[in-house]
Design a protein around this ligand. Structure first.
Ligand SMILES: [Zn+2]
Length: 140
């Protein structure tokens, strides 16, 4: 997600009383200047439950979409609820896949890197990773 103030791409955001999404830096700057009460950290305000990603739930379509993306990349795992702002995410194969605010674009997060990919690029990334052969030491 992007910070509404500085445009920085961030993984967790804060919501102020004007319902702007802010990065930690911008949020803290505002907080210092104002005495208003701020909303809590997003993961505590917009809770999402398992029912949200089940049939009939608000995020069911998003779940199907993430499952499709993961399947295309031959990843095994599951879609889990997160919160109402960032939506559910896929977890499996040591990575996480999140929805972005752009339709058809996802965040692929590995333990060391994060990418902004479409479904094709995610599949290509794992295809390439699988093709990497382990280094073999040859005895002389
Ligand atoms: Zn910011």
């Amino acid at each position: 997600m992007k910070c509404d103030k500085c445009g920085k791409q961030v993984w967790s955001i804060f919501i102020n009383t004007k319902y702007e999404k802010l990065c930690d830096v911008c949020f803290n700057k505002e907080k210092i200047g104002e005495t208003m009460k701020f909303e809590k950290y997003i993961t505590e305000t917009g809770e999402m439950g398992k029912h949200d990603i089940e049939k009939g739930g608000d995020w069911y379509d998003a779940r199907l979409e993430l499952e499709k993306v993961a399947k295309k990349a031959k990843l095994k795992g599951e879609v889990r609820p997160f919160d109402q702002y960032q939506g559910p995410y896929f977890t499996g194969g040591g990575v996480k896949i999140w929805l972005s605010e752009n339709p058809g674009i996802y965040y692929l997060v590995t333990p060391s890197e994060a990418f902004e990919f479409d479904a094709e690029e995610i599949a290509a990334y794992f295809k390439k990773r699988m093709a990497k052969k382990p280094k073999v030491k040859v005895k002389k």
